[in-house]
Design a protein around this ligand. Sequence first.
Ligand code: ATP
Length: 360
Amino acid sequence: MAGLSIENVTKRFGETNALDKVSIQVADGEFLAVLGPSGCGKTTLLRMIAGFETVSGGRISIGGSDVSTPQMNVPPEKRRVGIVFQNYALWPHMSVAENIGYALKVAGVSRAEREARVKAALALVNMEQYGERRPANLSGGQRQRVALARCLVAEPSLVLFDEPLANLDVHLRASMEDEFADFHKRTGTTILYITHDQAEAMALADRIAVMDHGRLMQLATPRELYHEPANEMVASFISQGMVLPADVLTAEKKGECKVRVLGQELVVRCRPGEKPRRDARICCRASQIEAVKGKGDGFDGSVTRAVYRGGAARIEFEPDGAQQTCLHFDQPDPVSFAAGDRARLRLTSGWLIPAAGEGA
Ligand SMILES: Nc1ncnc2c1ncn2[C@@H]1O[C@H](COP(=O)(O)OP(=O)(O)OP(=O)(O)O)[C@@H](O)[C@H]1O
């Protein structure tokens, strides 16, 4: 297996900057997810790593050797990059074993070696007993495992997953997530996993690269993305974080500072070196909002929506004088809030979003 280095990569399609100076280092054996909304450049990045697309600027190297620069492009078949697509593209008239061994056959690998490698690849995805089956007689999850085995048989230096679970139903997705995680643990394969599903990325990846409009917004562990988003996009994209205007009142001390938000003063976590400033933003989570009884510290407003979801209700709330701001939190049973109710809320904590330009 090998590491992957993406350095300052830019891709232009006419006027469109599909990727803009993206840099991502994937360590040998790491599982890295690339996450972002539709059109953020995920597929373009994957196609460039695989060699199907040239780079306009920057450099891509695999295992320390350059494979893409504006001057040269190592062809896909010479990169030893495996790809698992969302549509498995298995040959229906071939058995599972034939599907997996086909590329080896075309490459002139002897029958004995082919059989041994197909058997080993089937074992890697826990499909030893299915070699003689036709793809039509497999479940969606099993087909995806065959597609993975077919990619592994070529002994790739890294494996790219292109939204591999997008076609599966919810239950199967969950069990395939477990299988992929297990597979990664067993084999130590370097994996770059493209998805727009953040739950999937969080469940699987060591680190996640969040992209938006062709730019890398933040590259961090799932926990860090959730607790310490580097900018407003990541704060609101990951787990529906709420972004609220704030004034920073005190300088950072022991990773915290005092802010004023919606008229309430509170202490939030922050990066080292933060200084008092106006027009800042904090990110807060549903679990950091609570109802206040009486006239304690907090802010008044109206409940705009209460949706019961079994065991708890999601309450949406508009603070007085802040029409653009919608807060949401969960109220466990017994649910008392209803649309139209007046209420007083307070924030219990939050994260001060670094000022623009402070980097990911
Ligand atoms: N061949 C092309 N010619 C022109 N523009 C392109 C081409 N391929 C991609 N783009 C543009 O580049 C941007 C990034 O597209 P890309 O397909 O990489 O996004 P994505 O994140 O994979 O989106 P999705 O999740 O919807 O597949 C988009 O604005 C897209 O319209």
